[in-house]
Every structure is written in structure tokens, then in C-alpha cells.
Design a protein around this ligand. Structure first.
Ligand code: AMP
Length: 548
């Protein structure tokens, strides 16, 4: 016997409809590429998103057509989030920090029909336009007054003109919830970037789960500033969550330096923010230099890479901002785990609590996870045994876009219903997962794992260290040994022996890095993560030929 409840499809458009009806006067504030601050409400956003949907219909956009964006976090990008997906087309957010060849590859692979872009990315559009085979026109996300002159791009349209031609009484498509809504490419795996195609249903379920108190804990009393870009896994779902709960949204546009972020956080009285550790380093550096404090920030979500315990401590102790350490992947829409404490942790000392919070956290309801050994057998949740982390759930990728069944590894595990994350982790008895390494980026010394992340965290806790990366360097005796690459803080004095002595007592002696190389800068990828493969290429042979 079936239940007798209404069959209502879970659609992305329902989020903006809800925000308009129940939080219509809640503000959306954006720092624009043009330089000024723009304000309007969810009601305005809904009206303009429908106009945009109508305009795209007039242009001939069909169900499931891919529409690309190369844009910062801002209100026009939000209108496209709802306008494009709501009309049944697929929003394809492209990472503008990628090399132009990769941008063209991705646009062609996705067969984008139109590409919207912020004016900052005009040079990138000029470079790729001739190579994007399926694109019918490029749309500059600005008004007539700011349209580029003599841009040399065939078929250049103006966003505000398009909106003006739209239909304000457009009604959202009654779609099947399994219909594709959004497409993101990830270069976190080897080979060409791979497309992850979300559905309306997977996006809505992810939104429900990610908003919960033990996840990102969002409510109508929050003002949310996503620093994480809307081109990086939908800003971790925050543009959807804000509509679901009625939170005010603040978009930083292109200004992601410590000073600009701090000023916006304060001016708009932001309560919750989210971003990768490297962004927070800039903000914390600015606060320290200016001796400033936050007046409204209560929580910050740190994810995308390990949150160094020193950063967690600083946010919590020096600035009274609670840190939520989160782990996810493009393939997981992206939220998988969040380090929210349980009641039993509240009685612990601050140090013990921070050790729990430093882990990547507990699985959201909807995500099932396990760790397995090389034989594929599940390993115990003892907080010490590490293995390959596998996940499954309704917002986990089944196969990549146009992958014809996925790569062999993908097919193997997918056949058993699990997605192999490529991360290596432990899980403790309370269900807290901790990433110890990545299967493509691990240090195996004499047959034993060494966690490069632990070694980096210790280095990052040294007051003279600005950035640290630990790589597996080839070694004559041990096969691999850890090698530390370090950027010193400006004017700081620090030498190899002093830094290596800093490890004493903090880890097993044999884990201590064999050597330290000081550099001016560590290469970062498009999403701000350290490019270990480049460091391995450069320094991987450093220990060869040394005495064992
Ligand atoms: P992306 O798809 O670009 O978000 O990258 C996902 C990968 O980033 C994961 O598989 C992890 O290797 C890494 N990652 C994400 N969040 C964390 C975290 N909190 N700690 C450590 N690594 C993380």
C-alpha cells in the first residue's frame, strides 16, 4: 500500500518561490564588479530570475541545454542559479581560475549554448571565444553603460538588456525532480576535468541536509557571506540554503582580500561565512595587523582542504568565532561531513574539544561512509586504522557526465554502490572521520603510512611559518620519505633544524620530515589548494642520493 501524501516534485525553483513568499523583504547585498554595493531583496531576485528565464526561452534555450557562467559571487549570478535551472536548462558554473585551454575544453565538453560572464573575465572570454564551438552568444553581466566597446567578440549580448526583454509573468517549468539542474567540473582527479551533473532532487535533498543544526546550522536569523565561489560546487550550497531558511545573503564579488572581506563582514553584520583555509589566512592576517575584532561573526565553515588546528584555535580563542570544519567533494554536491560536537564532547577540556573539531567530522544524514583496506574489506571505526574512504547517498555522483560508465576504478566500486573518494581516512567510534591523506597523494615509508596533513599542521603551528606542504619524496632506503616545503612569514627567521626540532614529542620520531626546503611561494590550484603534483615534480628527487 502506498502512502496518501501529495506527490510534489523537489525543484530548485521552489526555493526562490518560498524565499519570495515567506522572506520577500530579506536582503541580498553584493559588491559588484563595477565597484559599488548593490542591494535588493529575495522578491526582486525572484522577479528578475523569472524575467531571465523568459528571456532565455525567447533566445530558444531548450530543456537540458547547458548555460555556462564565468562569474564571481553576486546577485546576477544568483538570478542565473534560479533562472536557468528553473526553466529546465542546466546551469554550468565554470571556474575562471582555470587555464584558458581547460575553460575551452570544459565549455566544449559540456556543449554550452550561451556563456554569461562578469566583466573581469572579458580577457578570458576573448581568448576562448573562438574555440567554444557550441556557444551561440556571450552575455556580459552588466548594463549598457558598462558594456565593453570593441571587444572583438562576435555575438556579445548585454545582461540587463536581456532581463528587460524577459517576461515578468513567466511561470516556472513543472519539471521532473530527476531532471538535471546544474553541472560542475572537477579537476581534483587525474586526467581531463570531469563533469558532475546534479539533479533538482539531489540539490534539494542536499539543501535540506546541509542547513541542519549539526551541519551548517543556518536560519532566518543568519546573514551569510559565502567566500567560497559560486563556481566551486555551488558555493557549497549556500545560495540554495539561504532561500530555504530565509537568511540574508552577502556576496563579496571579486574583492577577496582580508581588508575588503573584513569591511563587508562588519558593514553587513554577517553571522556566518564559508571558505577554504587560504582565504581565512588573508583575513586573519589583516585582523592581526590592524588589531581588529569581529562584531557579528559567530561561525565560519572551513573546508575544501584541511583546516590547520592553529587556525581553528585562533578563530575560536582570539576572535570568538566557532569553526565548523567540513569535508566534501564536487562529486558530493559537496557536503559529506561536518565536525559538529556531540553532548559528550562538551565536558572535555578546550584542547580535547579542539582535537575533535580538527577532524573532518560526522556524516550528514543521507551520506553513508566506510573505510576499506586494499582487499576492499571494511576497516574498523577505531580512530586509528586508516583506509580508502568510500561514500554513497542521494547527492553522490553515480557516474561522470558523458563518461560512458566511468573510469575502471569508478565502475568497480560503483557496481557495489559506493563512490571511491580518493581520500584516505580514519573513522572513530563516534563516527568522526579524519582525512589522513589522499590515495593519490600519500607518503608510504617502509610500507607504513605517514600522514602528510599532520606534518603540515604542525609546521603551520610554528609562528614563523606562513604556508607548508609536505610531499612524498623518493628515498633510496625507505621508498618515500616526507619532505617539507615551507614559506616563511615576512621578515621571520627560521632555519631547517629549528623547524625540525619543533616536531619533537608531537609525532612518532620516524614521521619527522627528512628535510625542509624554503621557498618564496607554494603553487596553488584554481580553488586555492596546494598543487602537490607540481611540488613533487620539482622536489620529488631531492632526497635521492643522500645517506639513509
Ligand atoms: P573538490 O572537489 O575540489 O571540492 O575537492 C575535494 C577534495 O578536497 C576531497 O576529496 C579532499 O581530498 C579535499 N578536501 C575537501 N575538504 C577537505 C577537508 N576539510 N580536509 C581535507 N581535505 C579536504
Amino acid at each position: 500500500m502506498n502512502g496518501l501524501m501529495m506527490q510534489k516534485q523537489l525543484l530548485i525553483s521552489s526555493l526562490i518561490v518560498h524565499a519570495d513568499r515567506h522572506h520577500g523583504d530579506t536582503e541580498i547585498v553584493s559588491r559588484r564588479v563595477e565597484g559599488d554595493i548593490h542591494r535588493y531583496t529575495f522578491r526582486d531576485c525572484h522577479r528578475r530570475a523569472r524575467q531571465m528565464a523568459g528571456a532565455l526561452s525567447r533566445l530558444g534555450v531548450q530543456l537540458s541545454d547547458r548555460i555556462g557562467t564565468l562569474a564571481w559571487n553576486g546577485y546576477r549570478h544568483l538570478e542565473l542559479y534560479y533562472g536557468v535551472s528553473g526553466m529546465g536548462a542546466i546551469l554550468h558554473t565554470i571556474n575562471p581560475r582555470l587555464h584558458e585551454d581547460q575553460v575551452a575544453y570544459i565549455a566544449n565538453h559540456a556543449e554550452d549554448q550561451y556563456i554569461f560572464f562578469d566583466l573581469s573575465f572579458l580577457p578570458l572570454i576573448q581568448a576562448v571565444a573562438g574555440h567554444c564551438k557550441t556557444v551561440k552568444a556571450f552575455i556580459a553581466m552588466t548594463d549598457q553603460a558598462h558594456m565593453p566597446k570593441n571587444a572583438g567578440i562576435d555575438k556579445l549580448l548585454c545582461y540587463e538588456d536581456l532581463i528587460a526583454q524577459g517576461l515578468p509573468d513567466y511561470t516556472w517549468q513543472a519539471l521532473d525532480e530527476e531532471a538535471a539542474s546544474t553541472l560542475c567540473y572537477t579537476s581534483g582527479t587525474t586526467g581531463d576535468p570531469k563533469g558532475v551533473l546534479y539533479s533538482h532532487r539531489s540539490s534539494l535533498l542536499h539543501t535540506y541536509a546541509a542547513a541542519l543544526p549539526d551541519a551548517l546550522n543556518c536560519s532566518a536569523r543568519d546573514t551569510i557571506l559565502p567566500v567560497v565561489p559560486m563556481f566551486h560546487v555551488n558555493a557549497w550550497g549556500l545560495p540554495y540554503i539561504a532561500c530555504m531558511v530565509g537568511a540574508k545573503l552577502v556576496f563579496p564579488g571579486p574583492a577577496l582580500d582580508g581588508k575588503s572581506l573584513y569591511e563587508l563582514l562588519e558593514a553587513e553584520q554577517v553571522t556566518l561565512s564559508a571558505g577554504v583555509p587560504t582565504v581565512w589566512q588573508g583575513l586573519l592576517g589583516y585582523l592581526e595587523e590592524k588589531g581588529q575584532q569581529f562584531s557579528s561573526m559567530k561561525r565560519t565553515i572551513i573546508g575544501g582542504a584541511t583546516c590547520p588546528p592553529a587556525m581553528l584555535r585562533k578563530f575560536q580563542e582570539a576572535y570568538g568565532v566557532a569553526v565548523l570544519h567540513a569535508w566534501g567533494m564536487t562529486e558530493l554536491s559537496p557536503m559529506g561531513t561536518v565536525g559538529a560536537l556531540k553532548t559528550k564532547h562538551l565536558a572535555m577540556s578546550a584542547d580535547e574539544r579542539r582535537a575533535v573539531q580538527s577532524k573532518q567530522g560526522r556524516a550528514l544524514f543521507g551520506i553513508d561512509m566506510k573505510i576499506v583496506g586494499p582487499d576492499g574489506n571494511e576497516l574498523s571505526w577505531d580512530g586509528a586504522t586508516s583506509g580508502d574512504l568510500l561514500v554513497r547517498g542521494p547527492w553522490v555522483v553515480r557516474e561522470y557526465f558523458k563518461s560512458a560508465g566511468g573510469d575502471p576504478l569508478q565502475r568497480d566500486h560503483a557496481a557495489q554502490g559506493w563512490f571511491p573518494t580518493g581520500d584516505v581516512a580514519t573513522i572513530d567510534a563516534d563516527g568522526f572521520m579524519q582525512i589522513t591523506d589522499r590515495s593519490k597523494d600519500v607518503i608510504k615509508s617502509g610500507g607504513e603510512w605517514i600522514g602528510s596533513i599532520d606534518l603540515e599542521n604542525i609546521a603551520m603551528a610554528h609562528p614563523a611559518v606562513s604556508q607548508a606542504a609536505c610531499i612524498a619524496a623518493k628515498h633510496a632506503k625507505w621508498d618515500e620519505r616526507p619532505l617539507l616545503i615551507v614559506v616563511r612569514k615576512p621578515q621571520a627567521q627560521l632555519e631547517r633544524d629549528e623547524l625540525l626540532a619543533f616536531y619533537e614529542g608531537k609525532i612518532a620520531k620516524w614521521w619527522t620530515p627528512d628535510d625542509v626546503i624554503f621557498v618564496d611561494a607554494i603553487p596553488l590550484g584554481a580553488t586555492g589548494k596546494i598543487q602537490k603534483n607540481r611540488l613533487r615534480e620539482q622536489f620529488g628527487d631531492h632526497l635521492i642520493g643522500r645517506r639513509p
